[in-house]
Design a protein around this ligand. Structure first.
Ligand code: ATP
Length: 263
């Protein structure tokens, strides 16, 4: 008679917690790779993995050997191929524990009114600049980085370290300006750099009118703790990217709200 050891299936609070945590991690990973080319890569890897078991079961020695090599170096392939996603995942984990976040909580209780007032004076030049850029159909990409990662931004940028002003932003993006190509990066309440070349998103489900400027604006928010304003040269529309997602054609009131929250 079949003798099942039921103690193996004993459910404790810890095993429930274990399952919930694993489900949560899988959900977060799914959110990170949803809509990106990483999904196709993952499916490709799963197919090779399944194929390996089929050929092994069918006793096809040569194919088993070849696919076996892929299986053995699987973890290295995963780390190399999903470099960006792993980076984003750790950013997500670290985000809530960061000192900046704690500071935000502190300000929430003790300095909110003052903070909002200060914030309006901080974001006003940016909104005013966006109004002009929209009116004149001048393409622009403005990135707000929570932490200015020098290695990431300075390699491809023109270092500025300047006070934020409407006229400076306007002149940077003027078509005749030598700095107009690429993005402006704002951090620590300063224009830190201009003419930055940013990583492009590899999302496959973007609107067809999105070209390189929009792809770079979305891409930078996937790989970094950053948000981005994209002004379309073609339509003058303003889009706002955050955590790899984009809000299209937003109004200035909406932009003000978003900047108030994120900047
Ligand atoms: N990797 C990059 N990082 C930052 N900026 C970039 C990058 N690639 C292109 N750009 C900027 O985007 C401009 C080209 O934009 P493109 O027309 O392809 O974009 P778009 O998303 O269609 O926007 P638009 O609606 O303004 O035309 C370039 O002139 C350059 O300023």
């Amino acid at each position: 008679m079949l003798n099942l050891d039921l103690s193996l299936f004993e459910i404790t609070w810890y095993s429930v917690l274990d399952i919930v945590l694993v489900a949560f991690l899988i959900y977060q990973l799914y959110n990170l790779i949803r809509g990106t080319i990483a999904v196709n890569i993952l499916i490709g890897m799963a197919v090779i993995y399944a194929l390996y078991f089929v050929v092994k079961w069918s006793n096809m020695q040569l194919l088993t050997g070849i696919l076996g090599y892929f299986k053995e170096v699987g973890i290295i392939i995963v780390v190399v191929v999903f470099q960006q996603e792993i980076r984003r995942f750790f950013l997500l984990v670290g985000k809530n524990a960061s000192l900046q976040r704690n500071k935000a909580w502190w300000q929430y209780f003790f300095g909110r009114a003052q903070d909002e007032k200060n914030n309006y004076t901080r974001i006003k030049p940016i909104i005013d600049a966006c109004k002009i850029l929209k009116q004149t159909r001048t393409g622009a990409l403005i990135v707000f980085a929570k932490y200015y990662d020098e290695q990431f931004y300075q390699n491809s940028c023109e270092v500025m370290d300047a006070r934020i002003s409407k006229r400076l932003l306007e002149s940077i993006f003027q078509k005749t300006s030598p700095l107009h190509d690429g993005a402006v990066v704002i951090a620590e309440n300063k224009i830190k750099s201009a003419s930055c070349i940013l990583p492009l998103t590899d999302k496959v489900d973007l609107p067809p009118q999105f070209g390189l400027r929009h792809r770079a604006g979305i891409g930078v928010t996937e790989a970094n703790e950053a948000t981005a304003i994209i002004v379309s040269e073609e339509t003058g529309e303003i889009s706002y990217a955050k955590q790899g997602k984009v809000k299209m054609n937003i109004s200035f009131a909406e932009l003000e709200k978003l900047l108030n929250k994120d900047f």
